[in-house]
Write a protein that binds this ligand. Structure first.
Ligand SMILES: [Fe+2]
Length: 399
């Protein structure tokens, strides 16, 4: 037996109109000030006014949302007592809203209670539904069962992975009107997060036929439409497909999980406050190369990535599998260059001095990260150190 989790997904132009069909009167909107300044909150509230809903707004979400911010929003939410919680924003906003939703449904809970073995969480949704409206095309948070919230522990900001099926939003409204104004840098950072979800989702131990199909389609869409979106952010068709690709990737990794590029990215991003998409996207080709180099059995991984390369026309059907599989690494690097995405961790601006100073902590965080357990090859402490060094310098992984 296996399973596949998904919210109800409404996508494409004018998806926001679906709001008219959603029951509920009082809306608690979770968002951030940038979304408000960009006028995106107004698009939503105009729709709510038209549908005769009442609402209040929590607009204090910051990148890498912290526990304190979640607790503040929770208090406000409990006071307001809504029957709909609406997340309007990127991954940080949606993750905050998921945690707030859970702590509103179960006011006696702390974030530590949001974990896979807590069966009470299957009863989510009694007080309120959660509607996730992504404004970036990347995290896929609108489709997944995870909320990543930072807590200060052991002298660092550690990311808590609050995970349960009950956190899957009730509805994901994937309307391309919202990512239209994303600047080029945010567009590529978030897109590489989505790409990492699907490239990694293909080879995790939880991969399955549903997630495999979604990974393939998302990778195809991202390679086709990211360069177009990067060169012309006004191209509505490309924006729409990138927005769909991010949600498709979210569904894929939400059900198959992610692996090493995210382990490295989470750790590097936490310590140096580098965005999730940038840190994971830079790590991606190094992680794929490391997995393919496995001396003790990369046969399955080689087969999977070779098939991907052949299906997307990056390798000929009669090409030897090992050679074809490494084309995936090549194509990711080419795409990075094509859209001016950084290709090594050094390019994030982290100095060599700081890198060396925090290297041990970087490795320690990798061993505490839940993404480390589902990959086909698990690095040792020494290998994590080498992976970071190689990715920092931009060297091909040769071990
Ligand atoms: Fe991610």
């Amino acid at each position: 037996m296996w399973y596949f989790y998904s919210p109800n997904i409404i996508f494409g132009e004018e998806a926001l109109d679906f709001f008219e069909n959603i029951r509920g009167k009082k809306c608690f909107i979770v968002t951030d000030k940038i979304i408000e300044d960009l006028g995106l909150l107004r698009i939503l509230t105009e729709k709510l006014d038209k549908c005769q809903r009442v609402y209040t707004v929590f607009n204090e979400v910051l990148p890498d949302p912290r526990e304190e911010s979640v607790l503040k929003a929770r208090e406000m939410c409990i006071d307001y007592s809504p029957d709909l919680i609406i997340a309007l924003g990127g991954g940080s906003v949606i993750d905050t809203a998921k945690a707030v939703w859970c702590l509103y449904e179960f006011p006696e809970y702390t974030l530590d209670d949001i974990q896979v073995n807590n069966n009470e969480l299957y009863a989510m949704g009694k007080k309120s539904k959660l509607i996730a409206i992504p404004t970036t095309s990347g995290t896929g948070a609108e489709t997944t069962n995870v909320a990543v919230i930072s807590r200060y522990e052991y002298n660092v900001w550690r990311k808590l992975f609050c995970m349960h099926k009950g956190l899957v939003p009730t509805y994901a409204i994937v309307d391309p009107i919202f990512p239209k104004k994303m600047p080029p840098k945010l567009t590529i950072y978030t897109a590489f997060d989505a790409l990492a979800h699907s490239v990694e989702g293909l080879v995790t131990l939880w991969r399955n036929e549903f997630s495999n199909a979604l990974c393939l389609k998302a990778i195809e869409l991202i390679f086709k439409y990211l360069p177009i979106t990067y060169n012309n952010g006004e191209n509505e068709e490309a924006r729409d497909y990138m927005h769909q690709a991010a949600s498709i990737s979210g569904l894929a990794f939400g059900n198959a999980q992610v692996i090493l590029a995210h382990t490295l990215g989470h750790s590097f991003g936490s310590i140096f406050h580098i965005s999730h998409g940038e840190a994971c996207g830079i790590s991606l080709p190094y992680a794929v190369q490391y997995v393919l180099n496995d001396p003790e059995g990369a046969a399955d991984t080689i087969k999977i990535y070779a098939k991907l390369a052949k299906q997307l026309g990056w390798a000929k059907w009669n090409e030897e599998n090992k050679k074809a599989a490494y084309k995936v690494v090549e194509r990711i690097k080419e795409l990075q260059k094509e859209v001016n995405f950084p290709t090594k961790l050094k390019e994030t601006g982290v100095s060599e001095e700081d890198f060396e100073k925090y290297l041990k902590t970087l490795i320690l965080l990798c061993f505490q990260d839940s993404t480390g357990v589902l990959g086909p090859r698990a690095p040792s402490k020494d290998e994590f150190e080498r992976l970071f060094r190689y990715a920092y310098e931009g060297k091909d992984i040769d071990f």
